[in-house]
Design a binder for this molecule. Sequence first.
Ligand SMILES: O=C(O)CCC(=O)C(=O)O
Ligand SMILES: [Fe+2]
Length: 118
Amino acid sequence: MPRQRKNFIHCPESVDHYTCLINRYQTGAGMGLHQDKDEQDLGAPIVSVTLGAPITFLFGGVLRTDKPSRWLLEHGDVVVWGGVSRLYFHGVAPLGKRASHAATGAVRYNLTFRRVVG
Ligand SMILES: O=C(O)CCC(=O)C(=O)O
Ligand SMILES: [Fe+2]
């Protein structure tokens, strides 16, 4: 009989606190330009994972009026923004009518990992 592992998860007081926000996009759904600034700790980067259908990610600058660059994000792509770009405006264009992936059909999932407590 295998030994039981006890206290396998050790969670000291000082551990960083991360959240994972999951967004689900259907055809035509997007997200307008915005800043991620609700986190208490803006020192840690945002880590963003795309799963499923491809979408166009818009990455601007520190001003809402800065013209965003456009990036095709596909299944498995990871985007990280932090440091000087931590508060850059960003968003996603509406999910295209023909966008799909074998694993999710016409749906894209986005996972963003954020440190919420410094
Ligand atoms: O779906 C994305 O790639 C971006 C999501 C995002 O910017 C957010 O949840 O704040
Ligand atoms: Fe965001």
